[in-house]
Structures are given as C-alpha cells and as structure tokens.
Write a protein that binds this ligand. Structure first.
Ligand code: SAH
Ligand code: SF4
Length: 415
C-alpha cells in the first residue's frame, strides 16, 4: 500500500502511443485510505492486528480474527450486526472504527444469458482527474462461472490495440479492492454460504473461476495481486482453488517465476505476435522482454504441465498478425511448452487503427492450430446482449457487437 506522503503530482505523461522506445507510463500512487477503513481484503494476521488497535486483548486476537474472517469471507457479511457469533459489544466497537465496504457499484449490466458487468468506483479521485473506475465481468457457463477481475485503474503499459492502455491515469488497486471485486460479485449474485444452494459446497458456487484479465497488468501490481489471490484461494474462506485462478500478463518476465512460486496460480500470456518486430509494436513491453526471454520464463514456470497448461492469448488483428504463416510460426514457437492457445477476436474501440480479422481468416487460423493438436480455440458467441469485454469500458447504455461478445467469451476461456 502506498504512503500518501509519497503521493506525486501527476507526471507529464508521454504521448501514450508509438514514440519509438517508449514502453510504459509512470503509475500515480494515489490511494488514500478512508478515515474508517474497510476490513475487506485483510488476512487473518492483519485482522488480528486491526482488532488489537481497537482494544481486543492479544490473547483473544487470533480467535476473534478467525470468527470475523469467517463472517467476511465465507458468509459475506456486509454489516457487523450480522456477526451473531461475535459479542454485541465488540460488534459496536468494530462498527465505530471499521466498515465492511466493498468497491462502490456505479453501474450494473445484466444480459439475458446471465453475463453481468459491474462498473466499480474506487476512492482516490482528485480534482480535474476522471473518476477511478474499474470493471468486473461475470460470465456463467455450464458447470462454472468465471469472474474477470481488474488489477489496476488503467495500465502503465501501452499495447497498441488495447483501450485500457490509452488511459492516462494509472493507480494500483489494493488487495482489498481486488478481493472486493469478487465479494461484490458474490453479493450481487447471492453467492455466499447461507444465500446459495442447500449445502453451499463448491459445486454450488456461482463464481467458481477467476481470471485476472480486467484492467491493468497484474504483474506490475505484484504484491497486492499476490496477497489478494492467496486470500481468495484460502480453503477456509472464499476458497477458489489456485487451479481455477488464471493470471494474464503481457510478459513481465522477472515476475513470472515469482507468480509461480509465490501465488501458484494458472498463467496466461498475451503473446499476440510471433516475431519481435511486430510484438514490439503491439506489446511495447516486448522491447524490454523479448519473445525468447518470455518463452523461457514460460518453459520454467513452476507447476506447468500437460494437466496445467499455460494459456497463450492471441488477439486476431486483420492483416497484422493473422496470416496462416503466423499460425504455423505460432505452433513452432510454442513447441515443447505445455500450452493452450486462445484466439481473441479484436474488440474495436473508438479511434483504434486496427480491425478484427475476418471470420473466415480466424477459422483458417484456428484450423491450423487445431490440426497441430490444440483444442479448437475460438468458440461461438452465446446470447444476444452479452456485455463489454474485460478492460473495455463502455457507457451503461451502449450495446455490444457480436465481435465484442466473442472477445469477451474468448478471454474468459481458460480450460
Ligand atoms: N494486462 C494483462 C491482463 C489484462 S488484458 C495482459 O495484457 O495480459 C486481458 C487480455 O485482453 C490480454 O490478452 C489483452 O491483450 C487482451 N485485449 C486487450 N485489448 C483487447 C481488445 N481490444 N480486443 C481483444 N483483446 C484485447
Ligand atoms: Fe495493459 Fe494488458 Fe492492455 Fe497491454 S493489453 S495495455 S498490458 S491491460
């Protein structure tokens, strides 16, 4: 978490695109904790510490923290007076000093097929800046429900096809804001023990999978993402297994091994090109960490195996990276890595120079990949009115194109 005394004035941002050699923007660390902090996102140890600050004797700290932990992360309590196993006196003390606040939901879109998108507003706005908003998308499918979660407001990186990359403002989310997205989703879906099906076992869960594929580069907010995901995976809390959590990175090589060792979740890599010259344009971070280094990090990713493959994301850009020679080169490049390939139809945004590949081309591309032994990576869209793809902020009323719906579905595809 950031020390507010180190808050910098907004730096003069370089133009966000194209200038040769330009790889990333500087993050603004603008998080100012509210006067009455939320307990959401605290680990057991942090909870016990917080209780100590309001007079709970150290000898009771661990036990009380465990009780509150259960109310927070298993039952999804939103008010202290729901915590019936906690004494009335302590509940009153907690209420004076803390909240159970999650990120504020400013808009919710619900599709006929159950897909939902929430626009969340986070504290830390300053005069003259746009509001700090992130989005979170829930995609239900047979047998599972995937939540696409954001790690930053905006992104310091500047991938040329990505709308998030054009946002000037960047702020790292706190662990509470990351966990809070999952809690908001469970609140809105009625997905807590006691509010969902009979026994509340894992099979009943509506949010069963997490993908860190919303706004931001999770490996540039490493500690907060790690702490949040370890909390989400805790078997006595939100309890989403690490095999059902996928972190997507544009290729922050030094933190890939760390993610394997310290988080142990599934990995997705935004490859998007098979040659460094093209990837330098699409994903400028490639100038720092070129393809070979990135793939070396994948080869040694802890825990990668045929049962736990790395997903390679590949956005389909018309006339840019979608030739059949590219498809063949992709297969060659990934040889020896336990891999899945996810073709993502490009989701256009106002002002972009790119277009999505033609459907016929995507099919031919995907056929080459399929014939090389990879599962067919593009699936048909479902529903009429599914909402915006992760990282693609939309106005509350805007309808999405079929292509956007497909992009959203492809991004959620992690198995
Ligand atoms: N920063 C991380 C995770 C967030 S982006 C990353 O880049 O991996 C999640 C995925 O959406 C990435 O694969 C990203 O390249 C892709 N993406 C971004 N903008 C897109 C767009 N307009 N259309 C389709 N996919 C896009
Ligand atoms: Fe950031 Fe990912 Fe968008 Fe690139 S694709 S600008 S890393 S959010």
């Amino acid at each position: 978490m950031t020390d507010p005394s180190q808050t910098a004035d907004p730096p003069q941002m370089a133009p966000h695109r194209a200038s040769a050699g330009f790889v990333e923007k500087t993050p603004l660390e603008r998080y100012v904790p509210p006067a009455k902090p939320s307990l959401v996102g605290l680990s057991r140890v942090q909870l016990a510490e917080a209780l100590g600050t309001v007079g709970v004797p150290a000898a009771q700290g661990k036990m009380r923290a465990q009780q509150i932990w259960h109310w927070l992360y298993v039952r999804g309590a939103t008010r202290f007076d729901e915590m019936s196993s906690v004494s009335k006196e302590l509940r009153a003390v907690l209420d004076r000093h803390f909240t159970l606040a999650r990120p504020e939901v400013v808009a919710e879109q619900v599709s006929v097929d159950g897909t939902r998108k929430w626009l969340l507003r986070l504290p830390g706005e300053h005069a003259g800046e746009p509001p700090h908003e992130v989005e979170c998308v829930y995609i239900p499918e047979a047998g599972r429900g995937t939540l696409c979660v954001s790690s930053q407001v905006g992104c310091t990186l500047t991938c040329s096809f990505c709308h998030t990359g054009t946002q000037r403002l960047v702020r790292n989310l706190t662990p509470g804001e990351i966990v809070g997205q999952i809690m908001v989703a469970r609140d809105r879906l009625g997905d807590w023990l006691g509010t969902r099906g009979a026994d509340g076992g894992p099979g009943d869960r509506l949010v069963s999978n997490i993908v860190m594929m919303g706004m931001g580069e999770p490996l540039y907010n490493f500690e907060a993402v790690r702490d949040a995901l370890l909390l989400v995976a805790d078997g006595e809390g939100i309890a989403i297994s690490k095999r059902r959590i996928t972190l997507s990175t544009s290729g922050v090589v030094p933190n890939i091994a760390r993610a394997g060792a310290e988080i142990g979740c599934m990995l997705a890599v935004s490859l998007h090109a098979v040659r460094d010259d093209l990837r330098n344009d699409l994903v400028p971070l490639n100038r720092k960490y070129p393809i070979e280094e990135l793939l070396d990090a994948c080869r040694t990713y802890p825990g990668a195996s045929n049962a736990r493959r790395i997903t390679f994301e590949y956005v389909m850009l018309k006339g840019v990276n979608d030739s059949l020679a590219d498809a063949k080169a992709l297969i060659k490049l990934l040889k020896g890595i336990p891999a899945k390939i996810n073709l993502i139809p490009f989701n256009p945004w106002p002002g972009t120079a790119y277009e999505c590949s033609d459907w016929g081309q995507i099919e031919k591309f995907s056929e080459i990949i399929f014939n090389a032994g990879y599962a067919s990576p593009v699936r048909t869209p479902r529903g009429r009115d599914i909402l915006a793809a992760c990282g693609q902020l939309k106005s509350a009323t805007e309808k999405l194109s079929a292509r956007e719906r497909l992009a959203l579905r492809a991004m959620a595809m992690t198995d």
